[in-house]
Design a protein around this ligand. Sequence first.
Ligand code: NDP
Length: 329
Amino acid sequence: NREIHLASRPQGWPSAENFRLVETEVPKPGPGQLLVRNRYMSVDPYMRGRMNDVKSYVPPFQLDAPLDGGAVGEVVTSEAEGFAAGDWVLHGLGWREYALVDAGSARTVDPDLAPVTTYLHVLGMTGLTAYAGLLEVAGMKPGETVFVSAAAGAVGSLVGQIAKLKGASRVIGSAGSAAKVERLRALGFDAAFDYHDGPVRQSLKAAAPEGIDVYFDNVGGDHLEAAISALRLHGRAAICGMIAQYNDTEPPAAPRNLALVIGKRLTLRGFLVGDHGALRGQFVREMSGWLRDGSIGYDETVVDGIEHAPEAFLGLLRGENLGKMLVRV
Ligand code: NDP
């Protein structure tokens, strides 16, 4: 069994030296446990926060111990009722080839219903984040104009498409390359821009001259500042993530225009997907339908081999992914 440990805590941008590949014995399941051969694991931006030794909404990763996170795999041995060898399960012990999973924290997934990877994104956590953030947190209504940042990523690409499916009149996305911008247009975004091409505020103004009603923030900083300027009276922002500052060692300079929140009566609302579990049933039903009838498209960037999981994670922070970044274990 090979697994990835946190060797040291990064200061600023993480690097390969912060990780260590470790070989261990394949563990044996005890009563109530499953031995799972992981097949795919997720790397996610929130994992950067867990590398710091600070109190947060999820506990920090421990040094010299395997990292963890979403994974799907096949049950090799089951010592728990309701699971059998050969079942596919979703669980939280990624970053290793073999996982010893308590049955209570594993969920069976059906590989015939959808590709197993989709349970790690479109039909899973990132999908629910997009759905709940846009519809429940920002309360998007038909006819509104929506702007989403990191729009070619796992969450962002779904936010834009769900907005269109729910009747948004105009959807704008920002992303980090010309190829990503092109992909956003193909996915049905009305406008898209590369944020490297000029100040975000200018690009957003050109794409939404009448302003926006909803901003789905994945980036923070200059993107949030631009959105605050573009938001119309009573506009709402769902604050999902601020990836532009996860590796910063100094507090961010933007947004500098927060006072506009007052006059425009804006709502900026942070949220965690974990608080929106009650929406899961409705989300899975609706999203499965959209996937079946082809009204939602998604991308995956798959890196091969557990030994390359750190590179996949670093690549995610650098924007090397189109859609969901995954590791085939
Ligand atoms: P993505 O698939 O969107 O990958 C991250 C992307 O962020 C990269 O592809 C990169 O694309 C972009 N990015 C990186 N640095 C910057 C920067 N400085 N400025 C602008 N864009 C940047 O990841 P996810 O979909 O998994 O997550 C998206 C956001 O949602 C993150 O902020 C994450 O923390 C947050 N999140 C929050 C949850 C919650 O419960 N609140 C749950 C899940 C995710 P590009 O090439 O465009 O720069």
